[in-house]
Write a protein that binds this ligand. Sequence first.
Ligand code: AMP
Length: 223
Amino acid sequence: MRTENFNMITLALSKGRIFDETLPLLKTAGIEVLENPETSRKLILPTNQPDLRVVLVRATDVPTYVQYGGADLGVTGQDTLIEHCAEWGATGLYQPLDLRIAQCRMSVAVPAGFDYAGKVKQGARLRVATKYTHTAREFFAAKGVHVDIIKLYGSMELAPLIGMADAIVDLVSSGNTLKANQLVEVEHIMPISSHLVINHAALKLKQEPIRRLIGIFAAAIAQ
Ligand code: AMP
């Protein structure tokens, strides 16, 4: 008979940078994920701690899994978190720590040669393609720039190249993706890093193990 482990802590991570950069933080406390998500097709990965498992979800779904209790805690980019909370609210989501991993910046970029400053000065209306519609809308509203936001789910860089948008709002790390597509950064909107998010109810019900994990993350980033 299968029995539920009520002490089990579920940590939601997304594949790629967040997974890769969270592992060393866990390792400082001897916690290891026992399967490699690049080679395993499993979505629930055991760790060497019997009461801790990792679930692999899409980056944009991490706040949702944590908010609705599918996971007790998770690691999510601030970009994703801001968009999630703007749309769905932050009720039930405790955000105790900036883990300072997966660091990058959110920027506005335009095709090389596009007179962004001139257009802004003239009060021109700009078409902006982005996945980050709330952040972009707020940023341009605060600057008093009129924009039409075009929601895309990926490959934002393509939109200005084919004349669908004047500008994009996207994450920039090395700048190589922009360069490869003849785009230049014209505004830094904000620095971005990944944060720990925790389900409020889980924090109350499983206070001791979750507080222990928060302590492990806090100690790891202080090193
Ligand atoms: P880069 O060429 O290094 O500037 O990286 C830019 C590409 O990687 C863009 O497609 C970004 O959306 C994506 N990217 C960069 N940093 C991050 C991050 N921390 N989290 C998620 N996506 C990122």
